[in-house]
Write a protein that binds this ligand. Sequence first.
Ligand SMILES: [Zn+2]
Length: 307
Amino acid sequence: MRTQDRKHYTTIQVDLDGLWAIEQLIGKDVPIDPDPVFIMGLERLLRLFEENKIKATFFVVARDLGVGRKVELLKDLVARGHEIASHGVGHRYLSRLGKDEIKEEIVESKIVLEKALGIIVAGFKAPGFAATKEMSVFLEEAGYIYDSSVFGTSCGFLMEMVSGVPYMKTDMFFAPSVPYRPSRSNIFRAGDSDIMEIPVTPMPFFRTPAHFSYAVIGGSMYAGMVRASFRLASPEMINYLFHPLDLVDSSMVTMSGKVYGLDTKANRKIDMARKMLTFLCKGRTVVTTKELCEVIKESDRGASEAS
Ligand SMILES: [Zn+2]
């Protein structure tokens, strides 16, 4: 934990979606191994993390644990002090599944990750932010401490139009964008659940997506707007998200040619990521998401003792 400033925190999350998980979105079947995301993308991102002494939280799809070389890379992340959390079993969108299948994605992925890596998994994130209302109960039952599936954004309609994924758009629109305890009947609202919701932080004021994929798509002007709004709003906690896929050479990714901005040269994208990370670390304590939950619990205890 870096402690220049006790009041402001950054947690860096990484959705470690393999190339297979991304390409299946456009109906393309690519092998699970070798995977440029786990080799090129991850290596580049880790180098940037080391420059800033960042310990991040990696959301891992359990299916990738079937590949020995990926397991070794993940064990190395654990040894370096990063946190591993769950990103489901097969990167399926929960909003397209029935209750039993949703439960299975949540429960099974935790078991697989814990067994293969010898760790305790504290966090979960639904692929594609496709959260469903009843998730909090399943997460509680499975023994998670926190969830990061909720994305409080004004762009749910746009996201659905682009990806075709059914989103809880109105709930997303009104969902908190700062950490909260969700309701047991609706994860998008505050309530009395035992788990904590740590949403990925949208751009302050506008609530548009701020994470790195959108910096790539929106270009450096948009990335500059994100930094300016963070500076102005100065949120106590920022949860910033990366996909290592964004640092892979674009020639290796079919999607690059189809989405504006994704064909940006790798060196340029690495520079953009470096600039964003330097900004996110400046004057802030950088913690893993599990550590952030401890910080929140501690301050809640302090507040209840004071009253
Ligand atoms: Zn994902």
